[in-house]
Design a protein around this ligand. Structure first.
Ligand code: EPZ
Length: 416
């Protein structure tokens, strides 16, 4: 079982480039099955989640290979509609293949994605919307058997602005009869990237980034080249690495506009933050200031994927901060590990109360999920002494060689 070993107390200082966004790459990789052609994708990070999506694409007959700094997906050989069960269970976000395969193939067999470390992750909104579009979906023995001769465009209202449900409907609607409208759609930047990708291959999607998205069905799509947007969560994680170690950092290849809620909270915490068109510079204060409340909300609110990293920062602040996790019901697993490092945290349901301490102390801790693992690494950078973070594999899902990036910026960190 791989682990990180961190000797705390070293400042994070320097400049680094942010890699492509995991949560843009995953739906775009699913979308490559739509055009039955060559897809050349740039800035694809080396993540275990990307590896799983690659295996699924190969399992349904696509050719996938790296060519220089590009990842190429040739979906002309698509010959199966069955998404391998073990891969869906290993990575639930592969459920995003449902909409794309249904659009391209007209039938899909895919296992129920099930829950994960941060919550039970229902898919009711996905299924309700696809059924409204005319898909016949049978659920038995843990599998979903879906078929649709021709999906029909319709006016869909999502009860919650679910990112995955919005993406699955967009993908399913690309070849549908007529126009599909998604109301109360998720507004994340990764959905705008998916819209741009589909339009560059000949699709007709508009409105992504707003609450209403329109997809006009087309008959065919062509090959495409596309560069993935930068990962706003990885960028926020790097910024907090500098903030928690009293350092300073310059990020290249970022979109400040995608991170305004996070930048706002970092400024409230006393950090000096300056933005260029595709750069962000942060200078940390001597002592992080506590923030009254941080609550996670759908975009453009404060992202749930930054909650645990921000909590690590607040454990060393000069006062009390209240976190409210509104998106997932089980996303505080990092708190007991932070307490082992000397943090003062009280959790009650979706509320976590953080009372800042002068110093954290190194300990042996275990990462329970992707962002919680990143949060423990951040805490370890600031802690006195050595911290061992076990189950490093969670972090590999969403960060491309995080330990190498931090080491290059001054951290004493190894991965074993
Ligand atoms: C995406 O997950 C991201 N994953 C998550 O990032 C992110 O935390 C989440 O959006 C919220 O921003 C990818 O993009 C691959 P949702 P997704 O559907 O699509 C409820 C990370 O760390 N819901 O917006 O699964 C659900 O229970 C990961 O990179 C339903 O009730 O999130 C949750 O409470 C973690 N019914 C809320 O919506 C449904 O049918 C948000 O879920 C679907 C969702």
């Amino acid at each position: 079982m791989s682990k990180y070993i961190v000797v705390g107390g070293k400042k994070i200082v320097g400049e680094t480039r942010v890699h492509g966004a995991k949560n843009a790459v995953l739906p775009i990789l699913a979308a490559t099955v739509l055009n039955g052609n060559i897809n050349v994708l740039y800035d694809i990070p080396r993540l275990s989640d990307v590896e799983i999506m690659t295996k699924i694409l190969q399992a349904v007959g696509c050719r996938v290979y790296r060519e220089g700094e590009a990842l190429v997906v040739d979906s002309s050989g698509l010959n199966s509609h069955e998404v391998p069960e073990d891969l869906v269970r290993e990575m639930r976000s592969s459920f995003i293949f449902l909409g794309a395969l249904l659009a391209r193939h007209g039938s899909v067999k895919i296992s129920y994605p099930g829950g994960c470390e941060i919550g039970h992750r229902p898919i009711d909104l996905h299924l309700k919307a696809l059924r409204e579009m005319g898909a016949e979906i049978e659920e038995k023995h843990g599998f979903l058997y879906c078929k649709a001769k021709k999906l029909r465009g319709c006016d869909i209202h999502l009860d919650f602005p679910s990112v995955g449900a919005t993406e699955n409907v967009i993908l399913a609607a690309v070849f549908a009869e007529g126009t599909t409208i998604i109301r109360n759609a998720a507004r994340e930047p990764e959905i705008v990237d998916l819209e741009n990708y589909i339009n560059s291959m000949g699709g007709k999607v508009s409105g992504a980034g707003s609450a209403n998205i329109f997809i006009e069905g087309v008959n065919e799509l062509h090959g495409v080249q596309h560069r993935i947007i930068p990962d706003r969560i990885v960028a926020g994680t790097y910024l907090i690495a500098a903030a928690i170690t009293k350092g300073e950092i310059l990020l290249d290849n970022v979109v400040p506009d995608h991170m305004q809620s996070v930048l706002h909270k970092l400024r409230e915490a006393g950090c000096k933050v300056e933005c260029g068109s595709n750069q962000i510079k942060l200078v940390a204060p001597d002592r992080i200031k506590s923030i009254d409340t941080i609550q996670t909300l759908p975009y453009p609110g404060f992202p749930t994927d930054m909650q645990s990293q921000m909590m690590s920062l607040m454990t060393t602040s000069n006062g009390v901060t209240v976190f409210i996790e509104n998106i997932f019901e089980n996303r505080y697993k990092h708190t007991e590990e932070l307490i082992r490092m000397g943090a003062n945290i009280k959790v009650d349901g979706r509320i976590a109360l953080i009372r800042g301490v002068e110093k954290l102390s190194g300990a042996t801790v275990t990462s329970k999920d992707l962002r919680g693992g990143a949060a423990l690494i951040l805490a370890a950078l600031a802690a006195e002494g050595t911290t061992i973070i076990e189950s490093a594999k969670h972090v590999d899902r969403g960060y491309d060689h995080l330990h190498e990036v931090l080491h290059a910026l001054g951290a004493e960190i190894r991965k074993m």
